[in-house]
Design a protein. Structure first.
Length: 392
């Protein structure tokens, strides 16, 4: 079946539909990943967006439930050059087209995705529609210009209730090495009475749209997790008696997450805090900083980021359309720790006095490289120092 992608500029791309039929409106963005399309489809940070994959062949290893990052496909629409007809992988359970159809997500294939990406890079993120009703396509342009991006997207992807996840048994003892590194002493042999006591850190996760793989990475880092809705108050979080608070990734404009910003502001100084992606932006807003909408954002697993202290460069996985306004940090207690080497945007900040830090990227490689997993160890060290200080 024929399908069309119409942009608010008036540009029309004709192609073929795959997945569901009908129409889908959203912001059109591009992702530069060569693999990881399933993680992209199910990442809550993409809620409400139509994603164009710049890599030309998508779907060649199929879909399996293990790589899902949430309960459902989150993208509003999916745009590819070529959708693999005969995928092959030993874990494959179904193909890409069937997945989209079952999720009610409209896809379009057979268009020039390189040309579309260039248009987005020139004009910035654009509103668009994918439709299988190809009569009178020009009538869509004024509708797209008048269409407003849905507000409060976080409320649609955050957990509705509190749940817990244990540290994974195979790596529970990893925390002993972190504690020893912090104290510069070898870890003591645990007695039979305290062998399981205090061997992990309890972390409260504020869920603004978290991916499963981030939770899994924290479990592997030796963290017992309590995941709470984004509307949970500071008083409720402190009552959980955790060692630290984690601010997750998520979709949309950070300035619309007013309740989360106020909660974070009330938590600062009361627990160690580590934020990523949207959580990174919310932390800066809570401390008096500002954010802005980027022209076309960072989406993919190949963004180079430099640690300004060590000068180390890591390749990171990112998915965001907003960033911290660097000049706004001058009026905050935060200083810049990481920069994006492509555009020099702010990729990491730390509090000058408190155990509070954040990064703009996803440190857990889902999809993408795993070079930034050390950040969870840094968080563990902060929590260990906090625990030791408040136990004395």
């Amino acid at each position: 079946m024929k399908a069309a992608l119409v942009l608010e500029t008036g540009k029309i791309f004709m192609g073929e539909s795959f997945g569901a039929t009908g129409e889908a409106l959203g912001e059109v963005v591009f992702n530069t990943g060569m693999t990881g399309y399933q993680e992209v489809l199910t990442d809550p940070s993409y809620a409400g967006q139509m994603v164009c994959m710049t890599y030309p062949l998508v779907g060649n290893y199929g879909i399996n439930r293990l790589d899902d990052q949430s309960e459902k496909v989150q993208v509003q629409g999916f745009i590819v050059k070529e959708a693999a007809r005969n995928p092959s992988h030993w874990q494959m359970e179904k193909n890409l087209s069937r997945t989209l159809a079952q999720s009610g997500v409209v896809g379009i294939k057979g268009i020039d995705t390189r040309a579309l990406t260039r248009i987005i890079r020139e004009h910035g993120v654009l509103r668009g529609v994918i439709t299988t009703e190809i009569e009178h396509l020009g009538e869509w342009v004024p509708r797209l210009k008048a269409w407003l991006v849905p507000a409060d997207v976080v409320a649609k992807v955050s957990t509705a209730e509190i749940y817990t996840l244990p540290a994974l048994p195979a790596v529970r003892d990893k925390i002993a090495a972190v504690v020893a590194n912090t104290a510069n002493t070898p870890p003591a042999e645990p007695s039979s009475s305290d062998q399981t006591e205090k061997k992990t850190f309890h972390v409260v996760v504020m869920d603004f749209g978290i991916k499963r793989n981030i939770l899994h990475a924290m479990q592997e880092s030796g963290f017992d997790l309590t995941v709470v809705p984004h509307t949970t108050s500071a008083e409720q979080i402190l009552a959980l008696d955790s060692d630290g608070v984690f601010l997750s990734n998520g979709p949309g404009d950070p300035k619309e997450v007013a309740v989360g910003i106020e909660t974070i502001r009330s938590l600062i100084g009361k627990r160690p805090i580590f934020g990523i992606c949207l959580g990174h932006q919310l932390l800066s807003l809570a401390l008096g900083g500002d954010t802005y909408k980027m022209k076309f954002g960072h989406r993919g697993g190949n963004q180079p980021v430099q640690d300004l202290e060590s000068k180390r460069v890591t390749i990171t996985s990112q998915n965001h359309g907003y960033a911290i306004a660097e000049e706004s940090l001058e009026q905050t207690p935060l200083y810049i720790t990481h920069r994006n080497l492509n555009d020099q945007s702010v990729e990491g900040v730390k509090h000058r006095d408190l155990p509070v830090f954040s990064v703009q990227y996803h440190p857990e490689a889902g999809p993408g490289p795993s070079e930034s997993l050390y950040l969870f160890d840094e968080f563990a060290q902060l929590m260990q120092k906090w625990r030791a200080h408040h136990a004395s």
